[in-house]
Write a protein that binds this ligand. Structure first.
Ligand code: MN
Length: 500
C-alpha cells in the first residue's frame, strides 16, 4: 500500500422534496462541485464520490447500508445544502457503521448583498439545515466529527483530510491481524491487555503463533533470496566493513537477511500487517530480529516489542494515517533522560526503530545485545530528524482503552553518541519534561509508543473519536491541575458509558 487513493469517502447531501425538481437539480450540481473540489485537493488522501441528493428516509437508509457493505468506502461526509427534516435520517444513522463527518459549509461563500432574494435564501440554507442535522446527531448520541468552513478553504481541506486519514486507519483495523510470536515479556504489566475487548472495541484480531513455525519458514528461505537481499542492504545502507562481502561477520548479515525474508513471507502468508516478538522467546532464531523489524516497519508493518500487541496495532494505524506524508512513524521507547536544558528524552529500543523517521542514510552495524543471550543482531543505526512530532501510547486501563498523546519537538543531539549502538530519537516534550512526564505517569502512559513526525495530535484524536476510546493530550496548553481533573471526570464518564 503506497497511498490511500484506492479508498473513497462519499459526499452525501441532504434535502427534501418540497423544493421541487429545479432546486434539487441545482443542489446536485453544487454537491458535485464540492466533491470535485475536495477530490482535487492535494491534502485529501482518498477519492471523494458525490452521491445523489437524499430526500427521504428509505433512500438514506439504503445508502447507509450500501456504505456499510462497500469495501472501498471509509467514511460518509454529509451536509445539508437545504433543509432536510432530520427524522428522515434516523434509520440511516442507526444502521451506519462507517465513520461520519458532518461538513457544515455553504455553497456560496459571500452573501450577494444587492441581489439576495428568497430563492437564494431557500437554496443556501445550510445555516439552519445543518442545525437540524446537528440536533439529531446530538439526540442520538452519535459520535461524529464536525468541520465548519467554506469548502474551498485549504484549512478546511486540511481538517477533513486529517480526519479521513484516521478513517482510513479505522478501515484498515477492521481486517487487521496482529501476529504474536511469543507472549508478553514476563512480569510486565503495561504491555498486557484484554484481546477480546480489543477486537470488540478496536476491531483488530490478535493471534499467537509458535516461534518454531516462524523458524521453519526462515529455514525455507533460499540462498538465492538471501544473496539478493544482502546486495540490497549493501546498496541501501552504509554497511560496516565487518558485515561487507569478505568481512569476517558477513554470515551474520546473511542470517539477518534470512530472518527478514522468512518473517516477511510468514506475515504475508497469514495476512498480518502488524506483529510482535520478544527476546525471551527466540527458540531456534539465531538473532533477535533487528534490521528485519526495522525494514518491515518502513514498509508499513506495525510492530511492538516484548509482545506489545497494542503498540503494534497503534504503529500500524499510525502508518496508515501517515501514508504519503513526510516524516515517518516508528515504534519507540522512552529510554533515558537528559535533565539539563529543561529536560529531553532520548528514545530508542534494543534494535527496533523504523528508519522512516530519519533523513540520514542508516548504518548497518552489528553489536552484542545486552540481554537475551543470543547471537549478536544486525541493526540499522541512525538519529531521527528534527521537527515537530507526536508520541502516542495506548493502554488498557481495565474498563477501557486510553490513548495518551504528547506533542514533542525532535531535536538533533548537541554531541555525537559514538558508543550508542542503536537508532535513537531525541526530543523535548511539550510543554516541558516536568509537566509532560507528570501527566504521562498519572495517565498510565506506557514506555512503548508510536512516534511520528508525519502525524499531528489531530490525526490521533480523530482516530480515538472514531474508535470511541479515551483520548488524553499533553501539549503546550497542558495544566496539571486541569489534567488531573480531566482524569477524574473521564473516570466517571466511562463508568456511565461503557460502550463495548
Ligand atoms: Mn521495550
Amino acid at each position: 500500500m503506497k497511498n490511500l487513493d484506492h479508498l473513497e469517502a462519499w459526499l452525501v447531501t441532504g434535502s427534501q422534496d418540497l423544493y421541487g425538481s429545479e432546486a434539487l437539480k441545482k443542489v446536485q450540481i453544487h454537491a458535485d462541485a464540492i466533491a470535485r473540489e475536495l477530490g482535487l485537493s492535494t491534502e485529501i488522501p482518498v477519492r471523494i464520490v458525490a452521491k445523489p441528493v437524499m430526500t427521504n428516509s428509505e433512500a438514506i437508509h439504503r445508502l447507509c447500508l450500501d456504505a456499510n457493505s462497500s469495501a472501498d468506502c471509509v467514511a460518509l461526509i454529509v451536509w445539508m445544502h437545504t433543509f432536510s427534516p432530520a427524522r428522515m435520517w434516523i434509520r440511516g444513522l442507526q444502521s451506519l457503521e462507517k465513520p461520519l463527518l458532518h461538513f457544515h459549509t455553504q455553497f456560496n461563500r459571500d452573501l450577494p448583498w444587492s441581489t439576495i432574494d428568497m430563492d437564494f435564501m431557500n437554496l443556501n440554507q445550510s445555516a439552519h439545515g445543518d442545525r437540524e442535522f446537528g440536533f439529531i446527531g446530538a439526540f442520538m448520541h452519535r459520535r461524529h466529527k464536525i468541520v465548519v468552513g467554506f469548502w474551498q478553504d485549504p484549512a478546511v481541506h486540511a481538517e477533513i483530510a486529517a480526519w479521513l486519514r484516521a478513517a482510513c486507519a479505522w478501515h484498515d483495523a477492521q481486517h487487521l491481524k496482529v501476529a504474536r510470536f511469543g507472549d508478553n515479556m514476563r512480569n510486565v504489566a503495561v504491555t498486557e491487555g484484554n484481546k477480546v475487548a480489543a477486537e470488540v472495541k478496536l476491531r483488530y484480531a490478535v493471534n499467537g503463533y509458535g516461534v518454531g513455525d516462524l523458524v521453519r519458514q526462515v529455514h525455507q528461505v533460499t540462498d538465492g533470496e538471501v544473496d539478493a537481499l544482502v546486495r540490497e542492504y549493501d546498496e541501501t545502507y552504509d554497511v560496516v566493513d565487518e558485515l561487507r562481502q569478505g568481512g569476517d561477520r558477513r554470515e551474520s548479515l546473511r542470517d539477518a537477511a534470512r530472518i527478514e525474508l522468512g518473517l516477511r513471507q510468514f506475515l504475508e502468508a497469514i495476512g498480518s500487517k502488524a506483529f510482535t516478538d520478544t527476546f525471551e522467546d527466540l527458540h531456534g532464531l539465531p538473532q533477535l530480529p533487528g534490521i528485519a523489524v526495522q525494514r518491515l516497519m518502513a514498509d508499513g508493518y506495525g510492530f511492538g516489542a516484548e509482545g506489545d500487541w497494542k503498540t503494534a496495532a497503534l504503529v500500524r494505524a499510525a502508518k496508515v494515517m501517515g501514508l504519503g506524508l513526510c516524516g515517518g512513524v516508528s515504534f519507540m521507547e522512552d529510554y533515558t533522560y537528559h535533565l539539563g536544558n529543561s529536560g529531553e528524552v532520548l528514545g530508542a529500543h534494543m534494535l527496533e526503530v523504523c528508519p522512516s523517521i530519519t533523513e540520514e542514510k542508516p548504518r548497518a552495524e552489528i553489536h552484542p545485545l545486552a540481554i537475551g543471550g543470543r547471537a549478536d543482531p544486525v541493526r540499522l543505526v541512525f538519529t531521527a530528524a528534527a521537527g515537530k512530532g507526536v508520541n502516542a501510547s495506548i493502554v488498557d486501563i481495565g474498563n477501557r482503552f486510553r490513548l495518551v498523546v504528547n506533542r514533542i519537538n525532535l531535536i538533533q543531539p548537541e554531541h555525537p553518541l559514538p558508543k550508542l549502538p542503536v537508532a535513537r530519537a531525541l526530543w523535548r516534550p511539550e510543554p516541558n519534561l516536568r509537566t509532560a512526564a507528570t501527566a504521562w505517569l498519572s495517565a498510565g502512559g506506557a514506555h512503548h509508543t508510536a512516534l511520528s513526525r508525519a502525524l499531528t495530535s489531530e490525526h490521533l484524536r480523530d482516530f480515538a473519536e472514531i474508535a470511541g476510546i479515551e483520548f488524553l493530550l499533553i501539549d503546550a496548553k497542558t495544566d496539571l491541575d486541569a489534567f488531573t481533573n480531566e482524569l477524574r471526570w473521564n473516570e466517571m464518564y466511562y463508568c456511565l458509558h461503557n460502550e463495548n
